[in-house]
Design a protein around this ligand. Structure first.
Ligand code: NAD
Ligand code: UDP
Length: 344
């Protein structure tokens, strides 16, 4: 029997993860509405989808209510890199909290199933390692990362209250560091930073002593898990950790990037940002059990694909007459103090 074709809303659909998800859902024959305010997302990410009759673009901010008839909502809208979410922290919290309220209200009105892109940051600087979903976390509520961490925690609360109160079909994914093509080159995340620095022959900036760990998941693996989670029976709400359990120190990542790019860049040290988690590794037993899923792409292979993407992007932007569409308001290479405020 042919799979049921649906009308699907992706908030943050022009971002890194959202654009890959949209592409995959279109390939399955679904209709996709991409909602984005282009705060960190980019028209370039979805340029190849614009001619698809099943794709439509809605320029909208999730902090404002919306009415659109859909079967499913993937709620991804939110700046994700520390530089971007700390640029306008009040708007970041508003995006998570008011965005959740508006999208849950929409789901309730049109009886849609809704998935939320939560984060490993709900565990803060974890004292339990690796992190299972039962762990309640160790978050500084007044630190620089709190606008993001607490916003995402509050969004999870809202999702569960709408589920308990109104019987909404919810799915919560706690995403661990994910990387791949279409990450923004200036968003400051470690994988994009190191690759761009290596390709430009600039110093690789390791913050602190580089002993802090992260676990990196390739985007295609994550998108597969998103779709499996959305299609679980309605009793399955999550939260479910999604990520790659392979754990690396930041110094190991720097060395791997140097090796794979063949770059002669030097590794330099910079101060560790405040509240930077010392370790992070997902316990994905629940995802293995419920979704029958685990990541398949090894880090080196994913890095090679990502390196190829940035290589092409950098050569495009070095051609004087070729405009690279970033569309991003916060995503510029300017120092943060000089960037125009987004206006909370
Ligand atoms: P991204 O910055 O590339 O994408 C976020 C998208 O949301 C952008 O297109 C941006 O323009 C849009 N957006 C931001 N605020 C908005 C608003 N108020 N209204 C409408 N659109 C808005 O980041 P990403 O890596 O693709 O992350 C997508 C989601 O996944 C985010 O919610 C993020 O918190 C979550 N997540 C990502 C990771 C990761 O490693 N990539 C890890 C944990 C959680
Ligand atoms: N990091 C680094 N150099 C960089 C960017 C990041 O050493 O140029 C470190 C950062 O301090 C953190 C880790 O890499 O310990 C992951 O940072 P990222 O911003 O990618 O994600 P998050 O901290 O949210 O996991």
């Amino acid at each position: 029997m042919a799979a049921e074709l649906k009308r699907i809303l992706i908030t943050g659909g022009a971002g890194f993860l959202g654009s890959h998800l949209g592409e995959r859902l279109l390939a399955q024959g679904h209709e996709v509405i991409c909602l984005d305010n282009f705060y960190t997302g980019s028209k370039r990410n979805i340029l190849h989808l614009l001619d698809n009759p099943l794709f439509s673009l809605l320029e909208h901010d999730v902090t404002n209510p919306l009415f659109v008839q859909v079967d499913e909502i993937y709620n991804l809208a939110c700046p994700a890199s520390p530089i971007h979410y700390q640029h306008d922290p009040v708007h970041t919290t508003k995006t998570s909290v008011m965005g959740a309220i508006n999208m849950l209200g929409l789901a309730k009105r049109v009886n849609a199933r809704i998935m939320h892109a939560s984060t490993s940051e709900v565990y803060g600087d974890p004292e339990v390692h690796p992190q299972p979903e039962e762990y309640w976390g160790h978050v500084n509520p007044i630190g620089l990362r709190a606008c993001y961490d607490e916003g995402k925690r509050c969004a999870e609360t809202l999702f569960f209250d709408y589920h308990r109160r109104h019987g909404l079909e919810i799915k919560i994914a706690r995403i661990f560091n994910t990387y791949g093509p279409r990450m923004h080159p200036d968003d400051g995340r470690v994988v994009s930073n190191f690759i761009v620095q290596a390709l430009k022959g600039e110093p690789i900036t390791v913050y602190g002593d580089g002993s802090q760990t992260r676990s990196f998941c390739y985007v295609d693996d994550l998108v597969e898990a998103f779709i499996r989670l959305m299609n679980t029976p309605k009793e399955i709400t999550g939260p479910i950790n999604l990520g790659n359990p392979g754990e690396f120190t930041i110094l190991e990542l720097a060395e791997k990037v140097l090796e794979l790019t063949g770059s002669k860049s030097q590794i330099i040290r910079k101060p560790l940002p405040s509240d930077d988690p010392q370790q992070r590794q997902p316990d994905i037993s629940r995802a293995r059990d419920i979704l029958k899923w685990e990541p398949t792409l090894p880090l080196a292979d994913g890095l090679l694909r990502t390196i190829a993407y940035f290589d092409e992007l950098l050569s495009e932007s070095s051609q004087p007459n070729l405009k690279v569409y970033t569309g991003a308001k916060a995503a510029t290479a300017e120092p943060i103090e000089r960037r125009e405020s987004h206006g909370a």
